[in-house]
Ligand binder design. Sequence first.
Ligand code: SF4
Ligand code: SF4
Length: 292
Amino acid sequence: MKELIIISGKGGTGKTSVAASLVALAKKSVVADCDVDAADLHLVLAPQVKKVEDFSGGKSATIMSDRCNNCGKCYEICRFGAVSKDESKQPAYSIDPIACEGCGVCSYFCLQKAIAFEPTVNGQWYISDTPYGPLVHARLSIAAENSGKLVSLVRSQAKMLAEKEELPYIIVDGPPGIGCPVIASITGADAVLIITEPTVSGEHDLERVAELVRYFKIPTYLCINKFDLNLEKSKSIEEKAVASGINVIGRIHYDRAVTGAQVKRVPVVKFARCTVAKDLRDIWDRLVTELN
Ligand code: SF4
Ligand code: SF4
């Protein structure tokens, strides 16, 4: 079983479009949407949800008013300013669930045992059927953190499914950027595919992401989306990639069929026999050779 992670230095490079088409071409794969802050692979893969579970990324504190004696200790010791004081209320102290970092210090030091410190539900994760194989996806609640932990959970569920159903590939639509969720999505993967675009920001983001994957020593491939919009920039990005030890696996033309496929909510390789579909088929064929 091989796990391919598709990432980009930033959002809006067409990463999810590419991921959806590779999933459709792979035929036998488990798909994992690890872009948990802005999951949208489900918009293209038409999933039928089979299982929903809550995700708890940490704990948070709440004051039990019937036990609190208004000593003010929690207000004094919370380093995150999450405890507020309002003497017109009873109890005078309350905890803002958004500001609470879940450190547990207030609960530990409250002599009245008046602070409950319990797991919070930060989102949900799902296992769904799609026409192209099972999909593991998730939704993080608004303002919830710990997306790295949710990414790890989605990946581990995808791995279990691939083992159970004896599927040869796990294709992961990773988060954009270079932060904690990206690190959680590439650690221990078999290969990384970077999608970028021929722009100044695309080039800059490639440099950042290349530095990250170099650290993890994972075989890494590059594909420039809409490369023909700026041939000079595409060439310069590819040269930089090669110099960083990244293999250029292919180029994808700009093609209006991609927008048409998005409107119809299908992977572009299932939408039309167009140039971009051929580019994606060539890329998948090369990736299969590299992965096996
Ligand atoms: S430390 Fe406990 S008893 Fe004191 S104000 Fe806070 S919740 Fe109330
Ligand atoms: S758990 Fe930590 S961050 Fe949250 S209110 Fe208590 S001391 Fe503050």
